[in-house]
Design a protein around this ligand. Sequence first.
Ligand SMILES: Cc1cc2nc3c(=O)[nH]c(=O)nc-3n(C[C@H](O)[C@H](O)[C@H](O)COP(=O)(O)OP(=O)(O)OC[C@H]3O[C@@H](n4cnc5c(N)ncnc54)[C@H](O)[C@@H]3O)c2cc1C
Length: 360
Amino acid sequence: MLFEAHSIGCDQTLASQGMIHGGIKYALSGALTGASEAIASMPERWRQCLGLSDPSGSSDLLAANVDLTGSHLLSEKYYMFAKSSTLGRLTTFFASKSLRGRIDKLSKNEWPSSFRGFDGVVYSLNDFVVDTTDLLNTLIAPFSEYVFQLQLTEHNVEKTPEGYVIELDDISVCAKQLICCAGNGSQNIMDIAGIDDIAMQQRPLKQVIVRPRHNLQMYAHCLTGITSNEPRITITSHPSDAGLVWYLGGRLATTGIERTDQQQLVFAKQELEICLPWLDWRAAQFEILSVNRAEAYRPSSIKPDEAFVQRSGDFIQCFPTKLSLAPNLGDKTLQQLDPPTYTTPLRSNHTKAQVGKPQW
Ligand SMILES: Cc1cc2nc3c(=O)[nH]c(=O)nc-3n(C[C@H](O)[C@H](O)[C@H](O)COP(=O)(O)OP(=O)(O)OC[C@H]3O[C@@H](n4cnc5c(N)ncnc54)[C@H](O)[C@@H]3O)c2cc1C
């Protein structure tokens, strides 16, 4: 059974850029890293679940059990671009043998049409972009009668020697194990369950939503004049009721927390004018989306490389770290989870939770 406080995905997942990536963006220091390698196999595992590549002959338990076939992709490709001669030694690294098959330099006639007018280099990556709303709907469809709207609090969850008792409107659920994947709400649930040997951290982001005048899509990291090991801007495009929006993350969003909202809006416009000068930003509208990433604690708040799963008695805490790492999270959870013991189907008329809507 899944208990969701508000609407499914309402915090990080529907604020995410939906990129399922293989880690090249973690190698922008010019070398492969633990983080870039831990995630490298994820796009292929997602493709198998999405029915985009053949899982036969694969022993992947997840691909055999998690059917996301039919879930809509926003883009089958993801790109990286930089203005001419601003990549420094990354140019040699991207051409190196160690990245063969993971990154391709495109000739001008292979560029997506949104790069028309650009003077620089464009690379294509093995990554793709999911439509997170559609993904969540596809994921819960077979289980929708077990997905309840309930915020777990000290008033409706009780720790017992046998596990946990959770009160719904019409029944009490006796659970032998509780898997907590409540993102930013996890600390509250750990407190209720008396878990003090697992710690979490939050890393804030100030993302920017742009409503441009043009109707061009962009799925790309901008590396123009890159000065850190993070893309200068990570761009995705999403349909909304009021037309196409551009959604900006990357270094723009991580450093954004040092700027006021107003400064961040001005900065985002300047960055687009500098990095994508061939497009018209004059009448574009800008909006902030502030959100925290929820992760397992790491000294100095560094980003964990992998998904996190830790068991403490009959409690299992999960942090995917990245949407892309969900298969890694599944593997680790299955290793720690006891086999199911209840066989009778569970019925309750308690309100079901629905999938949420992104801010745009
Ligand atoms: C701005 C941003 C962009 C990102 N972009 C990407 C990307 O492009 N690619 C990528 O791989 N990863 C990305 N990520 C990371 C990714 O989004 C997250 O790792 C992932 O979505 C986390 O999923 P989750 O289900 O653990 O958490 P969430 O999506 O936050 O879900 C947690 C849920 O728990 C519920 N909850 C909380 N407390 C309670 C309670 N007491 N009782 C019941 N329910 C509760 C909440 O309502 C919420 O719905 C991004 C993250 C952010 C913030």
